[in-house]
Write a protein that binds this ligand. Structure first.
Ligand code: SAM
Length: 396
């Protein structure tokens, strides 16, 4: 990488962070937005682009957690070299003395074992540069800084980035209720996208909890950007913020929205969950989403065919189900008896219980729900082609 602050016509390099298993989807989202040199990393995608693309990626990428703009990469074999490397960057280009900053560090290094210490060293190097040049130092503000700096150290390789998102992009700003086990919004969007759903067939979540999957599906079917309700992105606090360009991008997003192209149905056995779902800003606003209290064992299909995506209890997070195997057997039996014509996608960390569904998976992915290693499996319910219980696919 060229020396920092070196003026050139080259595009900037970015790292978009995501969850395990969603990297390919994110790479495709970025390509669609015009990103170049798209490269898949572990839980991240690197790409080249300009300021406009950075704004668009923050607003539009359903599977991104944050977009980091790389400003400098260097080698540091000790803390003195880390300090000097940080001081190679001319920080007044990125912030003024009156701006606030915060530093996050992630280290995977024998040399820099403590990420907090690396963050502290970085902050000192920046503040000392200001003090030397102006006699004063900028203030640290962890909650709402103007500039959020990200330092990533892998062995002796240091990457310094500016966090253009600020708070994580999974915070869509539509959630109001306080469900005990909501799924992460980025994971929910990624799950829906992994199914290949294009927003035109009817969508059902029969165990909808606070309605995250319903809300993400509602955004997709109307071509609404996931960041449309957010009030603030990190780049809005930057010296280089171009308000006019940002307003143009937001206006385009509003103009490209469509009418809903399907119906969306949510059910849950719990009245409280139904209330949480109804508190969700998007769900409350859209009349094409119907939510009702119902137990899955008694649920009648609301339409002849459609896609079902759900996140049932795993027997871990919501307290022990009385008999988790019997619960998954009930899911399988209900699907077989009443949901011919549906594709049912289920995520669960409970692999033993998943086998009790008693159907052959027609598609599967590995994902993580928080720290839980999960399977995300599709059961296609065609009439007459159901695998009898006991003949389901052997685990590889
Ligand atoms: C893990 S939570 C789903 C969380 C949801 N994806 C969200 O983002 O909020 C599982 C949900 O399944 C519901 N549930 C459990 N057993 C059910 C059943 N037999 N029929 C319908 N819903 C059920 C629970 O009430 C709970 O809200």
């Amino acid at each position: 990488m060229a020396k920092p602050n070196h003026k050139s016509s080259r595009k900037d390099q970015f790292i978009a962070k995501t969850l395990f298993g969603l990297e390919e989807l994110l790479a495709e989202e970025l390509r669609q937005l015009g990103a170049q040199k798209v490269l898949i990393l572990r839980r991240a995608v690197s790409f080249d682009g300009d300021k406009e693309l950075m704004y668009r990626a923050n607003l539009h990428c359903r599977t991104a957690l944050r977009i980091l703009k790389v400003v400098y990469q260097f080698t540091a074999r000790n803390e003195e070299e880390l300090y000097r490397g940080i001081q190679d960057i001319f920080w007044e280009k990125h912030m003024s003395l009156n701006d606030t900053l915060s530093v996050d560090a992630v280290t995977s290094s024998e040399i820099f074992r403590h990420s907090k210490y690396a963050a502290l060293k970085t902050k000192d190097a920046i503040c000392d540069q200001f003090r030397r040049r102006t006699g004063k130092r900028p203030s640290v503000e962890t909650r709402h800084p103007n500039l959020k700096i990200n330092v990533h150290i892998f062995e002796d390789k240091v990457t310094v980035s500016l966090d253009s998102s600020g708070s994580s992009l999974h915070m869509r700003n539509y959630r109001q209720g306080d469900h005990p086990a909501p799924i992460n919004e980025v994971l929910a969007a990624g799950m829906i996208m992994l199914t290949g759903w294009d927003g035109t067939t009817d969508f059902i979540d029969p165990m909808c909890g606070s309605g995250t999957l319903l809300a993400e599906a509602a955004l997709i079917t109307q071509n609404i950007a996931p960041g449309a309700l957010r009030r603030y992105f990190g780049f809005q606090g930057w010296r280089s913020f171009n308000k006019q360009l940002w307003e143009k991008i937001k206006k385009e997003e509003r103009e490209n929205r469509t009418e809903p192209r399907c119906k969306i149905f949510g059910y849950d056995k719990s009245n409280l969950s139904i209330r949480h779902s109804k508190d969700n800003l998007f769900i409350r606003e859209f009349s094409f989403i119907r939510i009702k209290q119902a137990r899955f064992s008694e649920l009648e299909p609301p339409v002849k065919s459609g896609i079902m995506v759900f996140n049932p209890p795993y027997g871990e997070r919501l307290g022990k189900e009385e008999d988790i195997d019997a619960f998954y057997t009930m899911i399988g039996d209900s699907l077989k008896q009443r949901f011919a014509g549906y594709d049912a996608w289920i995520i669960s960390s409970n692999k033993e219980a998943l086998k009790q569904v008693g159907l052959r998976a027609t598609n599967k992915h590995q994902l993580y729900n928080g720290a839980l290693d999960c399977k995300f499996q599709c059961f296609s319910m065609y009439e007459g082609s159901l695998t009898p219980k006991g003949e389901e696919e052997e685990e590889e």
